[in-house]
Design a protein. Structure first.
Ligand SMILES: Cc1cc2nc3c(=O)[nH]c(=O)nc-3n(C[C@H](O)[C@H](O)[C@H](O)COP(=O)(O)OP(=O)(O)OC[C@H]3O[C@@H](n4cnc5c(N)ncnc54)[C@H](O)[C@@H]3O)c2cc1C
Length: 404
């Protein structure tokens, strides 16, 4: 039997679930299919073994509008200042919430608890039905629609939808099935993410320190602990994974320096191989990509979810003004509205990697000068802070201060 829905969202990760909430808020019917079973309820306290995510100011506004933020506010770390520097060079740039005229540049939350908060809201939705575990197997064109074949625990079923939203991550099956190609780039780097304690406090300040081997970031958490993101070249993956805690802390300390005193008490270590995967188009007839299915970035700029959330909210905003959610004009409008934000964030993340990692000593004075110039020019600092907070191009209304 085939069922019919307006919108089929494939993928219930952070972005697909946010998309579902945004559609529910405007009263549009949708079905969300997610390959993994629903997660067990998470204890609502941060844990040293969590992986942390930076939420830009715009994303916090949007999560508030989606009704998710109250669950997170209490446990979220606050970023009011960011300090960017490079080991062995004189330049240093500082961005602050005061410069940008906001209370915080961003917040830091454990990804597990963000997922759990989105799940709790999803369970209250009136217009969105979630199927999980349920996996998209195939898509066939139908009359002004796609007919999807979905594998569920009870056997295969068919869903016909006027719009298919690919929120199924960097290996997107939707993207392949609707014929959108990808460009991939391997950074030959991997990230180790952990939580540590620092001897000295620097309240509400995030640090990004570059070196020839890649950046190291320290994010403020709510309880004086810090999220650590350490980049190493891919060929050191096995060596760093095999290190004991003391060796790992010594490596992080060597890369970051002693500004915050001695590092200690590391939580679990999560390794991630870094690849950039870019869809060659954001739309196909009656299909659209959001989040990592559209673009998976280097995590250095902490922008992936933030950008994906703006994809989802822009799409929901356009759908709220249309009868047919898969109309070609709507999809064109989506692609053109997302372009400046996407291009800007890609250039920012990729440029940051170049600034962070190019080992050429000849570039060192230029790099220092660039950081010092940024530090000394308030309007430039303000402009960069605004972009980092998620305000580029035409931002979705839900991300704006004061709401839609
Ligand atoms: C180390 C690290 C640190 C990061 N830090 C930050 C940060 O600080 N800030 C930030 O904004 N971003 C950050 N990111 C990026 C961010 O985590 C991702 O951009 C975001 O989680 C992507 O979410 P998504 O929902 O698009 O994709 P995914 O999380 O990949 O979700 C895709 C979902 O689709 C499902 N799926 C796949 N195929 C199918 C199918 N055929 N049928 C049904 N379901 C399917 C999968 O099960 C999965 O649940 C970081 C990433 C890394 C690796």
């Amino acid at each position: 039997m085939t069922r019919h829905t307006d919108i089929l969202i494939v993928g219930g990760g952070l972005v697909g679930t946010s998309m579902a909430l945004a559609l529910d808020a405007i009263g549009r019917d949708a079905v969300l299919v997610e390959a993994s079973p629903p997660p067990a309820a998470a204890t609502p306290v941060a844990d040293d073994n969590d992986r942390n995510l930076v939420l830009a100011h715009a994303s916090v506004n949007a999560l508030r509008v989606l009704g998710v933020w109250p669950d997170l506010e209490r446990i979220a770390g606050t970023i009011r200042r960011v300090e960017i520097s490079r080991a062995g060079e004189f330049g240093r740039a500082r961005l602050s919430a005061d410069d940008a005229g906001v209370d915080a540049l961003g917040r830091v939350v454990p990804g597990r608890l963000l997922g759990a908060a989105l799940e709790r809201r999803l369970a209250q939705c009136m217009h969105v039905q979630r199927l999980a575990p349920a996996k998209l197997l195939a898509l066939e064109p139908a009359d002004s629609a796609w007919r999807a074949r979905i594998a569920t625990a009870g056997g295969d079923c068919g869903i016909e939808a006027r719009l298919v939203v690919g929120a199924d991550g960097s290996g997107s099956n939707v993207r392949a099935l609707v014929g959108i190609g990808v460009q991939e780039h391997d950074y030959a780097q991997c990230l180790f993410v952990s939580t540590i304690a620092c001897e000295r406090d620097a309240p509400e300040c995030a640090f990004e320190r570059f070196s020839d081997e890649g950046p190291v970031a320290l994010l403020p958490l709510s309880d004086r602990r810090r999220g650590l993101v350490l980049t190493v070249s891919a060929r050191r993956h096995d060596e760093v994974l095999a290190m004991d805690d003391a060796q790992f802390l010594a490596l992080a300390q060597h890369r970051f320096g002693w500004k915050l005193g001695a590092f200690g008490r590391p939580g679990r270590r999560f390794p991630h191989r870094i690849r950039r995967v870019l869809a060659e188009a954001l739309t196909a007839p009656r299909a659209v990509l959001v989040g990592n299915a559209a673009q998976a970035l280097h995590p250095i700029g902490a922008q992936g979810f933030n950008l994906g959330l703006r994809d989802a909210l822009t799409l929901a905003e356009l759908i709220s003004q249309a009868d047919d959610p898969g109309a070609p004009t709507l999809l064109q409008e989506y692609a053109s509205r997302r372009q400046p934000d996407r291009d800007g964030v890609l250039a920012f993340s990729h440029g940051l990697v170049a600034l962070a990692c190019l080992a050429q000593p000849a570039l060192s004075p230029l790099r220092s000068l660039a950081l010092a110039t940024l530090d000394g020019v308030p309007p430039l600092r303000r402009a960069i802070a605004r972009r980092g907070m998620g305000f580029r191009g035409v931002p979705p209304a839900a991300t704006l201060d004061g709401g839609p």
